[in-house]
Structure formats: C-alpha cells, structure tokens
Design a binder for this molecule. Structure first.
Ligand code: COA
Length: 260
C-alpha cells in the first residue's frame, strides 16, 4: 500500500482497516481525505487478499465530524459542483465491489454520516451521535445524504434530521435502522472485526453480486429488480466457488472460496 497523509490502511488477514487520521479536526473530510480515500480504495479493490474493508476514524471522539468547514470559505457554486463531479470518497465507497463496513466511534455528522450511509453496514459504539447539521451553516448536504438517508430511514425521520440538524443518539439510530448494531465502546472493534472476518470467509464473487442486487433494490422498480436478481443469481452458477460451496456442504466440511 502507498503511504498517505490523512489516512492509514492496515491489513489484518483478509480485512483492511482504513482509518481517517485527522483526530485533531475530528477527522473532518477535506479535499486531501477525499483524494487519498479514492486512491486507497482503488488499491484495495485491486488487492485480491483483501475481501472486506472497515472504515473508521482516529481518536476517541469522532468517526467523522463532517466536511471540513474551513474549506467552505471562498468556494463558489461552480467550484462546489465541480468537486462532486470529480470522483469523491462517497462515490468510490458506493461503487466499491467488496463489502465495506463503517465502524462508527463517536460523532458521525454531515459528510461523515453520508460516508457511513454509502457503506454497506454501519456498526457504532454506544456514545456515538448522528446528525445532518448542514442546515445550521445555511446549506444542505451534497454527498448523497438526502437520498440515501431517506431511503434508509424513511421520509419523516430523514426530513426531521435534515431540517433540524439535531443529533440523534446511537439507540435512536439503531431504532431507525441507520446502524446495524450498537456495542459498548470497548467492544466495538472486536465485534466489528468478528463480523468483517465472518463476511471475508464467504465467496467473493457471490458477495459482490449480492451487494449489487441489494443496492439495485433502492434504485429500481420491483420488476426490474427481480429480473436483475435472476441474472446475478445465474452468474453465481458459472463460478468455481459455487462448485466448492455445494461440494463442501455435501462432504460436510468447511468451504474454501477462492473468488473464481
Ligand atoms: N470542519 C473543520 N473542523 C472541524 C470540524 C469540521 N466539520 N468539526 C470539528 N472541527 C475542528 C474544530 O474546529 C476544532 O479545531 P481547533 O481545535 O483547531 O479549534 C477541533 O476539530 C475539535 O472540535 P471542537 O469543536 O473543539 O470539539 P467539541 O467537542 O467542542 O465539539 C462538535 C464537537 C462535533 C459538536 C463540533 O466540533 C462541531 O459542531 N463540528 C462541526 C460539525 C458540522 O457542522 N459538520 C457538518 C459540516 S457540513
């Protein structure tokens, strides 16, 4: 892996942990984090040893406290629009073929919440706080929040978060379906890594196709979605991993998937 200034990447067996490393700024997303995040995910996508990625924030207080507000000064509508036309960390996560888990360890605000929403699963610690506080700055979210949050938690709840900018706690986020699991702070890493490793042992192509199918569900109507699912299901039958999975079941042993 290359060396980065604002992020670190650590490979632990089949799981890569990508940490946003600006704890003194509560891991706020500046342009450099976006650039480096895109580059790191590109490397991890091509690395066959890596089957699952976990994204987290450095330090004790925050996952990500949003976009770096200090970069907003002097921005024009055109420069802001251009920013989102370039490849952003959000799009790279959204289109990443392997499972990505957000391990949320504190403030998960604005662009941080949008980044977590682009991930496949969200696991948080008990003290975590979630918000789309852009409204307090006289703006709104631009990293997919209004669309992904609404699809995930429903219009009424998303509307309240977007219009008030107020924080919700981990328990409420769990009740809303915004996070999959909540754990005490000291168990967060262990529980997240257990889940990541469990997924990392599954068949890589089937994981990728499953992700594609689930993501397509909120981007299509039911008939299109059902047709896409059958096509993806059929592709599984062309893989060596399907032969291995079925053989292992019949021979009463653990399968060894190779991603072929
Ligand atoms: N952009 C830039 N810097 C940020 C930031 C952001 N989104 N969020 C926090 N920081 C910086 C602070 O400016 C401060 O830097 P400094 O020590 O150089 O002054 C440092 O991170 C620590 O934050 P601080 O505000 O002192 O911590 P706190 O515990 O008192 O408050 C928050 C925590 C999250 C409530 C508060 O930092 C906050 O409201 N941040 C902005 C959240 C936001 O609006 N995000 C959406 C942006 S669109």
């Amino acid at each position: 892996m290359s060396n980065y200034e604002t992020i670190t990447v650590e490979k632990r067996r089949k799981v890569a942990v990508l940490t946003i490393n600006r704890p003194d700024k509560l891991n706020a997303l500046n342009k450099k984090v976006h650039m480096e995040g895109v580059a790191a995910l590109d490397e991890l996508r091509r690395d066959d040893e890596v089957r699952v990625v976990v994204i987290t924030g450095a330090g004790e207080k925050a996952f990500i406290a949003g976009a770096d507000i200090s970069e907003f000064e002097g921005q024009t509508p055109v420069s802001q629009r251009d920013l989102f036309h370039e490849k952003t960390f959000f799009n790279s996560i959204d289109t990443f073929p392997k499972p990505i888990i957000a391990m949320i360890n504190g403030f998960c605000l604005g662009g941080g919440n949008e980044l977590a929403l682009a991930c496949d699963l969200r696991i948080c610690s008990e003290g975590s706080k979630f918000a789309q506080p852009e409204i307090n700055l006289g703006i709104m979210c631009g990293g997919g929040g209004s669309q992904r949050l609404t699809r995930m938690i429903g219009e009424g709840r998303a509307m309240e978060m977007m219009l008030t900018g107020e924080m919700i706690d981990a328990e409420t986020a769990h009740k809303y379906g915004l996070v999959n699991h909540v754990y005490p702070k000291e168990e967060l890493e262990l529980k997240t890594m257990e889940l990541a490793e469990k997924i990392a042992d599954k068949a890589p192509i089937a994981l990728q196709l499953s992700k594609e199918a689930v993501k397509f569900a909120s981007r299509s109507n039911l008939d299109e979605g059902l047709r896409r699912e059958v096509d993806l299901f059929a592709i599984c039958f062309s893989t060596e991993d399907k032969k291995e999975g079925v053989a292992a079941f019949l021979e009463k042993r653990k399968p060894h998937f190779k991603g072929r």
